[in-house]
Design a protein around this ligand. Structure first.
Ligand SMILES: Nc1ncnc2c1ncn2[C@@H]1O[C@H](COP(=O)(O)OP(=O)(O)OP(=O)(O)O)[C@@H](O)[C@H]1O
Ligand SMILES: [Mg+2]
Length: 336
């Protein structure tokens, strides 16, 4: 895999790649503790600076789809600061995709507002906002529309007015990043679902936005592609300070990826905390129809067996905790 620092060593041009409703046409290239709903987060992580102007801010956001009598989003409040890695968890229909579509003006709020770098998204500035916030949609068929993979990935950089050679370089690099070198001439409608998803991700990467919002990016991907995508976006975050929001049903990957977790349930932001805090709240998880990561489930079982272990959520901390317990046992046995 190529190194992100090489790919992104050139000047960061902010842009985005999108489709859907509100103001513009499809494919317009435009370029702490758990907080029970929307209070200010604690500082965490080496890159994110939870101070100053948030790169994204959502205030009292409500959304209602036509002909429905309840809100798909209900009074959502949060701030995301530059460099944060946020996982958005929630059951089917919780409102994750609806929320994401508000983050660069694809949907219009029923009430409340969304601010990008302190500026409320309006008809006038939506293009600029989309240069800052790039979204990878849940369904790649909403996003990958060009006749060939190469043309699709090039669409965004071309619309940004980049030179032909720059566009070619970005397309080549983005396809390398997602492991699709050699697919340039292929028709997207002849690709598998997972391959199309990777094309959609490449299209956003080629535009290099400041914030990347990924709606279930690993759904439908095989373990290697899934790990590659997570590794890639984590590197982009660590090395370039790109802010990431990612929705997923895969709670097992969350502790490896996220420093902050939002839990959505019936359109409400039920919690905002770090993974350890979120996964130590069984009541919250049950209410939101989520589960513990498998590693934590094993520790919960060990506790039920009477073992004096602390619940862990990653394989590495699990190993350390098991070694700690074994060490104490050996010490005790030695003293007898
Ligand atoms: N275009 C639409 N028209 C009407 N209702 C919609 C539309 N899109 C979504 N909804 C409804 O809004 C609610 C939130 O849907 P949303 O797609 O945001 O959920 P989600 O959390 O992304 O779910 P999933 O995990 O299944 O992707 C659901 O009740 C859904 O049925
Ligand atoms: Mg969704």
């Amino acid at each position: 895999m190529i190194f992100i620092q090489d790919v992104f060593s050139m000047s960061m041009q902010n842009s985005s790649h999108n489709s859907e409703e509100i103001v513009t046409s499809p494919k317009e290239k435009i370029g702490g503790g758990i907080h029970k709903t929307g209070t200010g987060p604690e500082k965490s992580g080496p890159i994110s600076e939870r101070s100053g102007v948030p790169v994204l801010e959502v205030r009292d956001l409500c959304h209602r789809y036509p002909h429905l009598d309840s809100n798909a989003l209900d009074k959502i409040n949060f701030k995301v600061f530059k460099g944060e890695r946020v996982a958005v968890l929630g059951a089917n229909g919780a409102g994750k995709s609806t929320l994401f579509k508000h983050l660069n003006g694809i949907l219009r709020p029923l009430s409340g507002e969304v601010l990008v770098k302190g500026e409320k998204i309006t008809k006038k500035n939506v293009r600029i906002c989309r240069e800052t916030v790039g979204i990878v949609f849940q369904d790649p068929d909403d996003q990958v529309l060009a006749p060939s993979v190469e043309e699709d990935v090039a669409f965004g950089p071309i619309n940004m007015g980049l030179s032909r050679s720059e566009v070619e370089m970005r397309v080549k690099e983005a396809l390398e990043m997602v492991g699709l070198t050699g697919f340039e001439e292929r028709a997207p409608h002849h690709l598998s679902g997972g391959q199309k998803k990777l094309v959609a991700i490449a299209g956003i990467l080629a535009m290099r936005p400041e914030v990347i919002v990924l709606d279930e990016p690993t759904a439908g991907l095989d373990p290697l592609s899934s790990a590659r995508v997570l590794e890639l976006i984590t590197k982009m975050n660590r090395e370039l300070g790109i802010t990431l929001l990612l929705s997923t049903h895969d709670v097992d990957v969350v502790p490896y990826f996220a420093e902050r977790v939002f839990v959505l349930h019936h359109g409400r932001l039920e919690a905002d905390g770090n993974p350890k805090q979120i996964f130590s709240d069984p009541e919250l998880l049950r209410k939101a129809h989520l589960r513990l990561p498998r590693v934590a489930e094993i520790f919960e079982m060990l506790q039920q067996e009477g073992l004096d272990v602390n619940i862990q959520i990653t394989a590495e901390t699990a190993r350390d905790e098991i070694l700690r317990v074994l060490w104490f046992r050996n010490q005790k046995a030695g003293m007898k």
